[in-house]
Design a protein around this ligand. Structure first.
Ligand SMILES: Cc1cc2nc3c(=O)[nH]c(=O)nc-3n(C[C@H](O)[C@H](O)[C@H](O)COP(=O)(O)O)c2cc1C
Length: 140
């Protein structure tokens, strides 16, 4: 059994935020079935998501997500084997990040305040996971 953690970014189509509730309910339903846990962040029209679980389930889920017409420009940032889950409590946690949160977190703001900046995130290894972990803790 191989446990992996996959992180990607994407753009919500037409910034239609009314889609997000439906995305989340179908995510939770499928993830429960597939043993997937993770966290979905949304900021200014972009998503940053981590999926973790058995490799075949994560890859099958990611392939399905990539076909979803509600978002586009999907870019995988990392896929790594891990020894344990970091988001075990979440079938899919969700946070929407606001300018007020960016103002409190100057260290991370450049990576998300105008939407997730895929190039900047790629250039700083570990920052995507650090943001996902921070926001999963609910302090901000
Ligand atoms: C940003 C985003 C995140 C998603 N996350 C998940 C997820 O974690 N797990 C999942 O099974 N589907 C996820 N989906 C939904 C899938 O793309 C797909 O629509 C769904 O699995 C099919 O659901 P259905 O059976 O309700 O048609 C996500 C979609 C989007 C746009």
């Amino acid at each position: 059994m191989s446990l992996v953690q996959l992180i990607y970014v994407s753009d919500l189509v037409a910034q239609d935020e009314s889609q997000i509730a439906a995305i989340l309910s179908s995510s939770v339903r499928h993830n429960l079935e597939n043993g997937i846990t993770g966290m979905l962040l949304y900021s200014q029209g972009n998503f940053l998501q981590v999926l973790e679980g058995e490799r075949d389930k994560v890859e099958e889920t990611y392939a399905r997500i990539c076909q979803d017409k509600r978002h586009h420009n999907t870019v995988m940032l990392t896929e790594e084997e891990v020894s344990e889950r970091q988001f075990a409590d979440w079938t899919m946690g969700y946070r929407q990040l606001s300018p007020e949160i960016a103002a409190q977190l100057t260290e991370y703001a450049p990576f998300f305040q105008f939407g997730f900046d895929a190039a900047a995130i790629r250039a700083k290894p570990g920052v995507a996971l650090a943001m996902l972990e921070l926001f999963s803790q609910g302090m901000f």
